[in-house]
Design a protein around this ligand. Structure first.
Ligand code: ZN
Length: 534
């Protein structure tokens, strides 16, 4: 055991290196400054600043980890303060900052600089550092606070590096961290060897949808459905697929995300932060590049779907941010859960009030709903009989709720295809759906540059006129459709946005909407509450 000089910190007050850490709380979280004070008295440690049980327990881990790393644990009265005191501190990422604050105060490394250094990590009793959740969010928050350097667990290094912040150092154990902090305080900044680390490793495609040449080739027949899916994918339009069991709704819904192009850098960082906060980022993963696809089961809890919990975690709707949320058998979900979706669908975020604090997570997802046409599922099927009454069917659809269905741009009946199509010749032409969707997305990226929205479905109603121009003939057609199908003004906006996407898929960039695209848009939107029992 090596004996290091122990500074009382008592006679003269030095300026200490400011050790900061991070307390997760929704998408943003808070910077927490960790300071220690050592003075003569009965040996012991007091942890103040609203620590929760897990943080309180860290003192024992810290004590043993310090000893096992070959340092003396100061035999003093130690006070560790986590500031600001008003925020409840939770999680295990305070172990390492507490340990280094105590060791700094004990004089183990220099203290003549006024740098803020962010330190993150959970300690094992051996002194080894375990990875923690939310490192990317922490580093981004630290950058905002002008942190000078970042010390992160080695297991989180790819994630931390994807923030593009400078001076990020991975640590394997407590003594690594102490050595690094010593060099930082003496301004001998070690050069970190970034060899072998890339911002996103290519084999980290878990949680992600795969990119294939033609992801729709697994769907046999269904030419119309495939076209509708590519419109939905290109414009990020919410879509409802309804039809009898076995008609291919589930397969179609689960393929949608694979049509989407890769995320841009901004979206990629947001998605990665959410997965990191949820503790779902695999070790060695950099940025998530593919749009996520989440398909929660209909028995999911409110907390699982919307987010929440004792330690606030993002729900499925946030895990589907910038990707697809696929609700198979939608009417089977609890009504209260479906009603909670309305707000995020509208605003692209979810607010979670918790212990007097308002937290939020992004939740800008594309919603894909699949449902049977009636409770028994046989309605519309040629060879089966449906005995559901009109009231049964009405009740069944009411579970989904008019408000949610109102926000669905595209509604597609999916009927079973002939057995001959599945086993033999596929009569639906194979199309370059990926290529078309990508082109349409590029047109939109260009069109919406500098705007807060990126896809046609997100154009605010008031700005529709800037991007969508109808000829007199088209205007007439739309007027007739409004009368025939009793379209609401929300439905008319939906149709115009879908028509915009149809034009983009054809590579037509001008605001003029061609007649054919408008006709197809009306067809995609025409089913309303009245039609669900066909
Ligand atoms: Zn039925």
């Amino acid at each position: 055991m090596n004996h290091k000089p122990v500074n009382t910190g008592y006679i003269f007050q030095e300026i200490m290196m400011n050790i900061i850490s991070y307390c997760p709380g929704g998408f943003e979280g808070d910077i927490v400054s960790v300071e220690a004070d050592l003075r003569a008295g009965i040996p012991g440690v007091d942890l103040v600043g609203m620590p929760d049980t897990a943080v309180r327990e860290s003192i024992e881990r810290v004590r043993i980890a310090i000893k096992n790393s070959g340092y003396d644990f100061p035999g003093k009265r130690i006070v560790v303060n986590l500031a600001p005191a008003g925020i409840r501190k939770e999680g295990a990422s305070f172990d390492l900052p507490i340990a280094v604050s105590i060791l700094q105060k004990a004089g183990l490394f220099g203290s003549d600089k006024t740098h803020s250094v962010m330190v993150l990590g959970e300690l094992q009793l051996s002194g080894a550092i375990r990875p923690v959740n939310g490192v990317l969010s922490a580093v981004i928050a630290g950058q905002r606070e002008n942190a000078y350097a970042f010390i992160v667990p080695e297991g989180n290094i790819e994630e931390a590096l994807s923030s593009r912040a400078g001076r990020i150092y991975p640590c394997r154990c407590l003594s690594d961290a102490v050595e690094l902090l010593g060099k930082i305080s003496e301004d001998i900044i070690p050069i970190f060897d970034f060899n072998g680390l890339s911002f996103a490793s290519e084999n980290s495609r878990d949680n992600e949808t795969e990119l294939q040449d033609d992801p729709l080739s697994v769907i046999k027949g269904h030419g119309y459905l495939k076209k509708a899916l590519s419109v939905a994918a290109a414009g990020m339009h919410n879509i409802l697929l309804f039809g009898p069991p076995g008609s291919g709704k589930t397969l179609a819904g689960s393929r949608l995300a694979s049509l989407l192009p890769d995320l841009d850098l901004e979206d990629s960082i947001e998605v990665t932060r959410i997965y990191s906060l949820a503790g779902m980022l695999k070790k060695g993963t950099g940025l998530i590049k593919r749009p996520p696809c989440r398909s929660p089961h209909h028995t999911s809890s409110m907390e699982g779907l919307i987010g929440g919990g004792r330690i606030l975690k993002p729900g499925e709707i946030s895990l589907a941010h910038k990707g697809v949320l696929f609700l198979d058998e939608t009417p089977e979900f609890r009504k209260s859960i479906l009603q909670c979706l309305r707000e995020p669908v509208e605003s692209g975020r979810v607010d979670l009030a918790r212990a007097g604090k308002n937290c939020w997570f992004p939740a800008d997802f594309q919603m894909v709903l699949a449902a049977n046409p009636c409770p028994c599922g046989n309605r519309g099927k040629d060879d089966s009989v449906c005995l559901c009454t009109e009231l049964d069917i009405h009740r069944y659809w009411k579970r989904v709720g008019g408000a949610l269905i109102d926000r669905i741009d595209i509604r597609i009946p999916v009927m079973p295809v002939d057995a001959g199509v599945i086993t033999g010749e596929d009569n639906a032409p194979a199309g370059d759906y990926i290529g078309m969707v990508r082109m349409a997305c590029e047109i939109q990226n260009e069109r919406f540059r500098g705007k807060p929205y990126k896809r046609n479905s997100r154009i605010p109603a008031g700005e529709c006129g800037n991007y969508i121009r109808l000829s007199d003939k088209s205007r007439e057609l739309l007027g007739e459709a409004v009368k025939k199908f009793a379209f609401s003004s929300r439905a008319v906006h939906s149709i115009m946005k879908i028509a915009r996407t149809c034009c983009d898929l054809k590579g037509k960039e001008s605001a003029d909407i061609d007649h054919e695209s408008l006709l197809f848009a009306i067809q995609l939107r025409r089913y309303g509450d009245r039609d669900f029992f066909w």
